[in-house]
Design a protein around this ligand. Structure first.
Ligand code: PXG
Length: 445
């Protein structure tokens, strides 16, 4: 398995692939090519071993090259490679929905399948609108997102998201009637907090201001990531999410948690909503659902939402939404095999037992040159570097490149170095990951 290593393409062969979220020209002049993976590691096309500090892109939670997933996928491809789920179904899709509903926070037991996090987000936004309309409140059309939020790249997700670079080129195409809460990153008050920051629960009260401005009767839903990843690993201050929940409840506004990166064990519980004891009305997931092996996403909806939509006259389609590949049988097989691994190896709670060591190892970087904050929760970590004058992101990019050269894969977003290793990581590997990062940070001016 995994034995085939493709030869390194010559530089001209790199032209045809327009790479996503990548500085294409810079990359193609010095490519970092990954050729195979197993366990905690990737190997580059020229044979170097790289420890995976980000679980691919926050998705390979059970580590690479899991035989059980490969076998399940192969079996399913041999049995039935595709079957539609519009006006018909296949058993494995129902089996997966049932398994997911058992893992989910209470009452979030109606599952809509998608193929990615972006599709999960756009699906959840549409379900929120459909729900209010079914309840006779079709005027509730606004969404409230948050600054620095990342909800994928569909027009809906981009609109409720709050990352300026992701929005500015598409400004004219943003959904109307979207407003944003302030983000919760505050280095002045919360630098080097261990776990959730103590300061900042009051930032949730801004939702009351937006409600007063727009009137609750126009607002369909609030969407936030319990912990944001792409925006730079932003943690919710203690009490913040509960406060959002209370305000939404008081105003009949749906609360959507985007758990695309926090889902499936990343924070020491199956979902962040369980870790923080705040239950949303809709929850978006993807990534860890299939261990990244086959694209798949899932939206978990509260039963009350499903039930409200089921009031349509018998025989009518209740929700005019879905994807050709919703509940793709091969993705379902990958997801079921992944859930089996998570269960057998206790991976959905393993981050909780590793997180004290993770936290200690991360915070040994405090005091290194240019390190202005360190943030952590579960098996998520971030090291914030002071930006170089006039060159935002340049210092962290250099750290990322040097890390890759020195055998560890981390993520750079702005001047943040983010890490989210596979949940199978061993204590010795945590130490090595942070020792290498520490040594690289010392090398970068
Ligand atoms: N919501 C959240 C919270 C995400 O983190 C998406 C939606 C979109 O998922 P798809 O599957 O459509 O990409 C994401 C994706 C990073 C990084 O470096 C994070 C994501 C994607 C790529 C990079 O932090 N998250």
């Amino acid at each position: 398995m995994n034995a085939q290593v493709h030869p390194l393409p010559s530089n001209t062969e790199l032209d045809a692939f327009w790479m996503p979220f990548t500085a294409n020209r810079q990359f193609k002049s010095g490519p970092r090519l990954l050729a195979r993976a197993q366990g905690m590691h990737y190997w580059t096309a020229d044979g170097r071993e790289i420890m995976d500090g980000v679980a691919g892109l926050w998705c390979v939670n059970a580590g690479h090259g899991r035989r059980e997933i490969t076998e399940a996928v192969t079996r399913q491809l041999g049995t039935m490679e595709f079957a539609p789920t519009f006006q018909m179904g296949h058993p494995i899709a129902f089996e997966l929905a049932n398994r997911l509903s058992e893992l989910a926070p209470s009452s979030l037991d109606r599952i809509f399948f998608t193929n990615s996090g972006s599709e999960s987000v756009d699906t959840a936004l549409k379900i929120a609108l459909a729900y209010h309309r079914a309840k006779g409140a079709g005027q509730r059309t606004r969404f409230i997102g948050r600054e620095k939020g990342y909800h994928g790249v569909g027009f809906g997700g981009t609109s409720v998201g709050g990352m300026v670079n992701n929005r500015k080129a598409f400004a004219s195409a943003m959904l109307p009637g979207v407003d944003h809460l302030q983000h919760t990153l505050n280095i002045e008050h919360n630098a080097f907090s261990r776990g959730l920051p103590q300061w900042g629960a009051h930032l949730a009260n801004e939702l009351e201001r937006l409600i007063a401005l727009h009137d609750a009767s126009t607002i369909a839903a609030v969407i936030v990531e319990p912990i944001s990843g792409s925006g730079g690993v932003l943690l919710p201050p203690v009490g913040y999410l509960k406060r959002l929940r209370e305000i939404c409840d008081k105003n009949d506004i749906l609360l959507i948690f985007d758990e695309v990166i926090t889902g499936f064990g990343r924070v020491g519980k199956p979902f962040a909503s369980l870790a923080f004891d705040v239950t949303p009305d809709l929850m978006t997931t993807a990534k860890g659902l299939t261990n990244g092996a086959i694209p798949m996403g899932a939206v978990f909806a509260h039963r009350k939402i499903y039930d409200a939509c089921m009031q349509a006259p018998e025989g009518t389609i209740e929700l005019f939404h879905g994807y050709t590949y919703s509940a793709h049988p091969v993705a379902c097989a990958a997801a079921l095999a992944t859930l089996d691994i998570y269960k057998k190896e206790g991976l959905l709670t393993r981050a909780a037992s590793l997180s004290p060591q993770w936290e200690d190892a991360l915070h040994t970087l405090r005091g290194l040159p240019h390190v202005i904050d360190i943030r952590n929760y579960g098996l998520i970590g971030a090291v914030e570097l002071e930006p170089r004058a006039g060159k935002p992101g340049a210092r962290a990019f250099e750290v990322f490149v040097k890390c890759f050269e020195q055998g560890i894969m981390v993520r750079q977003t702005g001047d943040t170095i983010a890490m989210s290793p596979p949940l199978i990581i061993e204590p010795k590997q945590i130490a090595r990951l942070l020792e290498t990062l520490s040594s690289v940070i010392r090398q970068v001016a």
